[in-house]
Design a protein around this ligand. Structure first.
Ligand SMILES: [Zn+2]
Length: 312
């Protein structure tokens, strides 16, 4: 079970209710991080009409550790991600020769160093996903900066690949996250939801230089399957229904000539009945000739270099 979020004691000047806020105040909140110019190419490499970017958030045991939890049962469920989930997923990606991106918390990479080496040896991309899947939005800036930088160094040390992108843990942002990502010289973020196309990220109204490759909970396996033993949460969606949602998301991206981006978790989808979704989905997408499968970094680079700028 997740502990309750810490109570935020309002400072005197914050006792104003949202409906009493001045326009500059709510504008400043909205403008901290904002989607800027759309970065949409005319076509994708090889004349493809649609880009497909599949990703896995290899949280494994950090889902439990990040909350300060020590449940042996839940840690075993996390270990499944490494032990059974990743091998099934890598075998599937190899079968279809499809590249993917794996976002890995540093602690997860330290627990499973061989896994990261195998992922990069198979030609996949590794990206930052926090230190221990910490809640970056409640951290002081110095801690968040330190953890994000150390996470990048650790992934490079273990996998041999320097990450160029980040997916924040739980897709959360503090007011400082984008500035840290920019200062680190990362090429992209993939944690926000303002669009389906790549776009510039504005920090207080200025282009940060960081490109966003948007995610959405609709295209994430966790929301359809994550049950909580000690709460009433039992979202056991049938695999065929989840496949249907993902397929419709792809069909739309294909029609529009855009990006189909997907997020899965090895400890959630690495099961026999659910790996079926990924298998069926890749098979279905491969039935379309003009599709480009790529890592998130490759999609971002192509979108940035070939943006037509008339969609903004
Ligand atoms: Zn995660």
């Amino acid at each position: 079970m997740s502990p309750a979020r810490p109570t935020i004691v309002p400072k005197p000047e914050e006792q104003e209710q949202p409906w009493q806020w001045s326009e500059p105040r709510w504008r400043a909140i909205v403008d901290r991080v904002r989607a800027g110019k759309t970065l949409r190419p005319e076509t994708w490499p090889g004349g493809a009409r649609c880009a497909v970017a599949i990703s896995f958030d290899s949280d494994h045991e950090t889902g439990e550790l990040r909350e300060g939890g020590e449940s042996i049962g839940r840690l075993s469920q996390g270990q499944y991600g490494n032990r059974a989930g990743i091998p099934r997923i890598l075998a599937l990606l190899q079968k279809y020769a499809v590249p993917a991106t794996f976002y890995v918390p540093a602690v997860s990479a330290m627990l499973h160093a061989d896994e990261q080496r195998r992922v990069t040896a198979d030609g996949h991309e590794i990206g930052i996903h926090g230190w221990i899947h910490e809640r970056n939005s409640i951290l002081p800036e110095a801690s968040e900066r330190d953890l994000q930088m150390r996470a990048a160094d650790m992934l490079e040390k273990i996998s041999g690949q320097r990450p160029v992108g980040i997916r924040t843990p739980s897709w959360d942002f503090s007011p400082n996250t984008l500035g840290i990502t920019r200062d680190m010289g990362l090429e992209y973020d993939s944690s926000l939801m303002a669009d389906v196309d790549c776009h510039e990220l504005l920090l207080h109204g200025e282009n940060s230089g960081v490109v966003e490759l948007p995610v959405e909970w609709i295209r994430d396996d966790a929301v359809y399957f994550n049950m909580n033993r000690f709460a009433g949460l039992r979202p056991y969606t049938p695999p065929s229904d989840v496949f249907d949602i993902f397929k419709r998301e792809f069909d739309g991206a294909y029609r529009e000539g855009g990006i189909f981006q997907l997020t899965m978790h090895p400890h959630i989808s690495g099961y026999r009945s659910r790996v079926w979704i990924l298998d069926e989905l890749i098979r279905y997408i491969k039935g379309h000739a003009d599709v480009w499968f790529a890592t998130h970094a490759e999609v971002v680079r192509h979108a940035k270099a070939n943006a037509t700028h008339d969609h903004a």
